[in-house]
Write a protein that binds this ligand. Structure first.
Ligand code: SF4
Ligand code: MSK
Length: 639
């Protein structure tokens, strides 16, 4: 066996994470295939698809434009060119991504509405201060009213954002005036969340909008409705209901699963279900039941963003990120994987079928092959969560001890840096951070986010860009699966400041914070927007003037396409680690990677090498520092 003597070359090439290596060896031994195997089986992937050149938008097609042969077709049956087809495909990805985030936001608004009406079981308004802050933004009367009365009006106002026809979406008013004026001038200020998504579907229908640039502008408008609308509503109202995250310690990686306890994994995105699952596992009746079946107790852990939601509010440990979902089941120690929506492999049922694990689907919107469906409704949230937990606990007796294989690896982490928590860590105002940026101790800020993708060695892109950025004194804020990669690698600990450049190290040590700050789940990228808007407003500049940047080193989802679009439209330079399916159109590629800079003040770059990606970010930050008249430090050479 080539490799490192313990693991084969193939296993080592798939991930940099030791727990993942151990489990990849285990699934090989058991003959279970994973996303990596299916990815290999998919090679070579379709060249037309990779370039975005395949169209199925009407039944005269499917059509594909051939860039490969001189004589190949250069137009679809209707006459659509490569530019039109690529732009339309890109827009449909944005629509799907914005829809996913925004529907999540709508569900949270619905839960708040039911809670305010006293119709939701187990929920309460946990952060009254945040409720009042959001109420103020919506112009909801606060004085002499109960929190339920205020919440009812806030929920109705937030609900209204989805079906609005003429705008404005209230949270866009958090953006600096210059940014708002620019959106208005470009005609991309979003009018209503659903309206912008519907308009994409209309415009990309056969024979409607056939101008690539006009199409892209609508894509930006819909993405802004996601970032400053649906996602921000999801974040803010989740804080109202479940509490605004504060710093807390936890542990991360597959090693958090417990050999002698009932293991329940929550996977997906929405906190509405997972909050109740966490509560139900603390019910003495459930703990007693677990003991009756011979377990020492019940351990909940998370995968993907529902994991991030309970991690930052309760310190529930994440078992892993996106590409580890099948591996978690393959430990043979999971009684139930409870899923809601988004990023859940349809393959999970097959893997669960090899063990005693029950895959439990809960959303009427998301059913899976091989899953037991226990439908979740907030009206009976706690009771249903208890039924799910009971199902998991009763499944413990079917665990086969000989099949249990939990890797040892886990790392400590410090999580829960909401904007409010960051301001608190800074002593109550942003000023110490602004001073550190001005002096150059903190060179700039990078938001590093996003998924895993078997196109890139698992966690390699995430960890190397993070290490490189902090070395160059760039403070990092992270969400999603990047945050989990960082947690597993020990980068979310204050001690990780030792890996940072001297300036950032000094700031982190003085404040007792990690150099990589965990800000939550994918919808919580809206927290990064809020922070950038607050910093820009404090300095009296636009977001595009700030020494900040974004990166998604291993992105894969349509939500990431929408995120990238709203981050760039908000004025933040963004580096993508996997190549988007747009290269079939030189025009669309040029608009996204060049022209956008002169239109929205930011653009995309594509750089799979995390070291080079970090260098691009540092270069960008230094350009912005120089334009603001701030000192530009000497670059630390990439190592
Ligand atoms: Fe082909 Fe045009 Fe129909 Fe697309 S819309 S499938 S390019 S005919
Ligand atoms: S979970 S969208 S794989 S970050 Fe939000 Fe991870 Fe990407 Fe899903």
């Amino acid at each position: 066996m080539k490799g490192n003597g313990k693991y084969s070359e193939k296993i080592l090439s798939r991930s940099i994470d030791p727990a993942t290596h151990a489990m990849l060896a285990r699934v090989d031994e058991l003959g279970i295939s994973t996303a990596w195997d299916r990815f290999d089986a998919m090679q070579p992937q379709c060249g037309f698809g990779e370039l975005g050149l395949c169209c199925r938008n009407c039944h005269m097609g499917p059509c594909r434009i051939s860039p490969f042969e001189e004589e190949g077709p250069k137009e679809g049956v209707c006459g659509a060119t490569a530019d039109i087809i690529v732009a339309r495909n890109l827009l449909r990805m944005i629509a799907a991504g914005a829809a996913a985030h925004s529907d999540h936001g709508r569900d949270i608004a619905h839960t708040l509405l039911l809670t305010a009406q006293g119709k939701a079981s187990g929920y309460q308004i946990k952060d009254e201060e945040k409720l009042k802050a959001v109420a103020k933004e919506y112009g909801v009367k606060i004085k002499d009213r109960t929190k339920e009365e205020i919440a009812l009006d806030v929920a109705k106002a937030a609900y209204g954002e989805f079906g609005k026809q003429e705008g404005p979406i209230q949270f866009t008013r958090r953006a600096p005036e210059k940014r708002l004026a620019l959106w208005q001038q470009l005609g991309i200020e979003p009018r209503g969340i659903d309206r912008e998504i519907v308009e994409i579907m209309h415009r990309t229908h056969m024979g409607v909008d056939n101008d690539a640039v006009n199409l892209i502008l609508q894509g930006l408008r819909a993405s802004l409705a996601d970032g400053w609308g649906g996602s921000m509503i999801a974040t803010e109202l989740s804080d109202v209901l479940f509490g605004t995250p504060t710093p807390k310690k936890s542990e991360a990686n597959l090693g958090v699963l417990k050999k002698d306890m009932v293991n329940i994994i929550v996977h997906g995105h929405e906190p509405v279900l997972s909050e109740m699952i966490v509560a139900a596992t603390q019910d003495p009746e459930m703990i007693e039941l677990a003991k009756k079946y011979g377990a020492k107790g019940i351990q909940v852990s998370g995968i993907c963003c529902t994991g991030n939601e309970v991690l930052m509010r309760h310190g529930i440990p994440p078992a892993g990120n996106f590409l580890q979902q099948e591996l978690a089941i393959a430990t043979g120690a999971v009684e139930a994987m409870v899923v809601d929506v988004q990023c859940i492999f349809p393959a999970l049922g097959t893997v669960a079928g090899c063990f005693h694990t029950k895959l439990i689907s809960t959303s009427p919107k998301a059913k899976f092959p091989g899953a037991t469906h226990i439908e979740f409704h907030e009206e009976h949230g706690y009771e249903i969560a208890k039924e799910i937990v009971r199902t998991a606990v009763e499944n413990y007796r079917f665990r086969k001890p000989g099949m249990v294989h939990i890797p040892d690896e886990k790392s400590e982490c410090m999580v829960g840096f909401s904007v409010e928590a960051i301001v608190a860590a800074l002593g109550g105002s942003l000023n110490p951070l602004l001073d550190a940026i001005k002096s150059g101790a903190v060179r700039g800020i990078a938001g590093v986010v996003g998924c895993n993708n078997p196109k890139i060695q698992h966690d390699y892109g995430h960890i190397n860009i993070l290490k490189e950025l902090i070395k160059q004194n760039v403070l990092v804020v992270t969400t999603g699966c990047n945050a989990m990669a960082a947690a597993k690698a020990g980068l979310l600990l204050p001690e990780a400041a030792d890996l940072a450049g001297d300036g950032l190290k000094g700031v982190c040590k003085a404040l007792g914070i990690p150099p990589v700050l965990h800000m939550g789940s994918c919808v919580d990228i809206s927290r990064i927007l809020t922070a950038c808007a607050a910093i820009a407003n404090a300095l009296g500049v636009d977001i595009s003037d700030l020494p900040v940047a974004g990166a998604a080193p291993e992105w894969m989802s349509e939500k990431a396409v929408s995120i990238g679009a709203y981050v760039v439209s908000s004025g933040i330079f963004t580096v993508l680690g996997t190549v988007p399916q747009v290269l079939g159109s030189p025009l669309v590629t040029q608009v996204l990677t060049q022209t956008a800079e002169s239109v929205v003040g930011a653009m995309f770059a594509v750089e799979p090498d995390p070291f080079k990606a970090a260098a691009l970010i540092v270069q960008h930050i230094d350009k912005k520092r120089s334009a603001l008249g701030l000192p530009v430090p000497e670059a630390v050479l990439a190592g």
